[in-house]
Design a protein around this ligand. Sequence first.
Ligand code: BGC
Length: 686
Amino acid sequence: MDNYKELISQMTFEEKAAVLTGGAALTTGGVERLGIPGIELSDGPHGVRRIDGQTRNIEGGDVCFPTASAVGATWNPELAYKAGAAIGRDCVEEGVDVLLAPGINMKRTPRSGRNFEYYSEDPVLSGHMGAAFINGVQSEGVGTSLKHFAVNSQESDRGSINAEVDERTLREYYLREFEIALKNSNPISVMCAYNKLNGIWCSENKYLLNDILKEEWGYDGLVVSDWGAVHDIAKALSAGLDLEMPKNANIEAQLRDGLEKGTVTMEDIDRALESVLKFDDAVKSMKRTGTPYDRKAQHEVAYEAASEAITLLKNDNDVLPVTKGKYKKIGVIGKTAQFPAFMGGGSSCVSLNRESVDIPLDYIKKYAGDDAEVTYLPEFAYGEDFMNNNGVGQVIQLARKSDLVIIFASDNFGWGESEAEEMDRQSLYFTNYISRSIEVAAENCKNVVVIMETGSAIIPYRWEKLVPCIVQMWYSGEAAGRAIADVLFGKVNPSGKLSETFMIKDRNDLDFPGDRVKLRYTEGLDVAYHYYDLHTDEIWYPFGHGLSYTTFKYSDLKLDKTECDSENTEIKVSFKIKNTGKVKGKEIAQLYVAPLDSVVYRPQKELKHFTKIELEPGEEKTIEFTLTNDDFCYYNVCLKDWHVESGEYNIMIGASSQDIKLSQKVFLFSDKDYTKTIRRGAMVLD
Ligand code: BGC
């Protein structure tokens, strides 16, 4: 509106500069004289983080929800929405206008220290979960900031590294989740990343911020920098950035200098100002629901999300669930049974009270009641102490007298000792004394359950074949303790599935973490489960895997056509899932598309659709998806556009990426000329 231009024309240069940067660590700069407010921001993503003036975290009453990797494992966008809405209510309670979340960067390797803040290694899953979260938070009248745009897939040298990625990999993998999230939601802001992308800082990257985000995708919200990611504000504003955070005390002089040198124009400055003023208005006009705040109800949402995130990886001989009379002596081992690992470290730390955290051991004892005796061995976590005090001997002793041993395994004791922002993981194995304890427990008791409290994939090392039961608990927030006990005792039927591959050895072909200056993404599209589709012997548990206490049968795959004009693809797919077990359960069905005749290199198959359904014993439901050009295209770097090849494709329905239950082929044809560019349209390459 022209009011913005009017307002901008009344501003002094000093005031203009003040509005284009922060007023404080987590507040945007305002101008009192003109009624321009400072907007209150907070991290994110799994709860509100309050800080003191020095940006130190303070304890508070905020709720810690499951981290994004846990939410990703629910594969349930409705739950991501619900958690988002609850966090939005926490923001309202705390006077926060905009939550700096969600983070949806791709998990190129489990070594990245911040993977727990991201949903998945797959762009379709991440994009949809991110969009649902944004819609949830914003439904409560609180803004969001979709981050970190883009290719911030490691923490090492994040403020200096140059990510070298080819255009196709960028489009199909590292930008795709942002594109999907922005198509399905409208976050009030987008945060650019620290790193360089192909030689240019993301904060100054016109190709990224202006050409793709604003022009091609039509994003018209605020583009904000990550904290301290701007190196040259003049260049940044001319590339499409709108706001530098936090406060840059020298911004005025730097902009004057930029104007003199011609690296920025007054039009660029005014354009960015207009964007900030629109953002301020958008924040002010967001409707708050006025729902009275109820911390207990918030905790219940955190619990619900945690209980759907927990992923049962292995359950030989039905070791779980623990039912009445099944076990008489339960041994519980590990410090995190008492102090659960529920979040990672860094700016995402939620300001919560320790009293709000559910303790797994308390619930295990409560549920066991008089039915089984529970003996706890806490020393497990104290590395050297454990060894010095004959910890192995204690584990053996406990395992021998127990008919069930539950081992809580984690190197993180609540605040991100092993997985955190600004550092990558030193190791993908548990510390030796944890592995050793699992090993000896398994040698001395046949029923051992390992509960892994990690934010991202772990490598099992020596013990994986020895134990019959493995549960991935993730960092599942303050209510994880009750949720895990509910899963152990069958009060909740586990329904999480892996949103990232768990492998048996680390990839040594990846350039990671680079040479401190550059990081080459030479593996291209051979990333995540696409790589493991080609190296199945390296998979421990595949992308999409997760067990239940019931069983499901897939049947009756139907496609409404067997061939289709690729110019305008629309194929209706349906199939049935039946609960063939004895208890109610939830199943996540995944649809993958595999090109069979491609003349360009393509991943073996890609996830395109997914759904989570609940079924009573014996109940059967029909699932339907509609496939369009979006589900078949790849990015053609010559055309600079998305392209659907004619040819045959396999439509695969799986319970995981390695457990394909049903499949059927479809043929896409086209009469169109190759040279004709149609957005996401069809062109024939043969
Ligand atoms: C992080 C962002 C965060 C910001 C503000 C940065 O270091 O990368 O994710 O939102 O700090 O705390």
